[in-house]
Design a protein around this ligand. Sequence first.
Ligand code: FPP
Length: 247
Amino acid sequence: MAERPASAPAVPRHVAIVMDGNGRWAKKRHMPRFFGHKQGVDALVRTVHACADRGIEYLTVFAFSSENWKRPSEEVSSLMGLVLVAVSKYLAKLAGDGVRVRIVGDRAQVSDKLRQAWQHAEDSTRHNTKIHLSVAFNYGGRWDIVQACRQAMVAGVKPEDLDEATLNSYMALSYAPDPDLFIRTGGEVRISNFLLWQAAYSELVFTECLWPEFGTEELDSALAQYARRERRFGAVPAAAELVASGS
Ligand code: FPP
């Protein structure tokens, strides 16, 4: 095997995942789509633990996009209900295992009940540091850029003072480094409005694996692909390490 280039640390600090393929997984089993989403929650919990075990510090997952409201209303409401069930079923264990949970996205459109559940998840894991799990819910990359611009304007940032670092401080994931590795399951090869700003230099890995089947083998395969990549951040190879280290 080729030696890992020095510009790609063996383990990414931040992994982002588009968890796609729940519906197809269920359809293959002649089950309703909801069943696939339910299994998808279990796959997510497994993945959080697997990432933490591998020293990944940040995991950000796309659970519900700004565009997912266009799905049939029964599927939308079942997804909302599933989140409430998932919070009550898994939160205590995640909290006990040192997972810090954050929700990123527009909370204005979700029900009070869901907003309270999110708040509870965030409050009860606030002091955890093992791994930061960010759940993107009612999130879109374009929404994120617009809301960051709005916040900057409200804060009175002058056009001449607006640079990338300043705008980034208003983005939904301002507390996290940019994702090093961006994984999409389910066979589609697109970004679908996830982390448009933050994924500018992410390494992309697409897999046919449907999300409910995602496990340690798939994760390790994506991590191995990442470790073989040479990250340049737009620079020539020798300079890339300096860019990556921020010096
Ligand atoms: C894409 O599969 C998946 C989603 C739109 C939902 C993902 C949500 C979860 C895994 C549950 C998250 C729950 C919590 C608690 C955060 P799809 O329905 O588009 O599948 P398809 O492409 O096969 O139709």
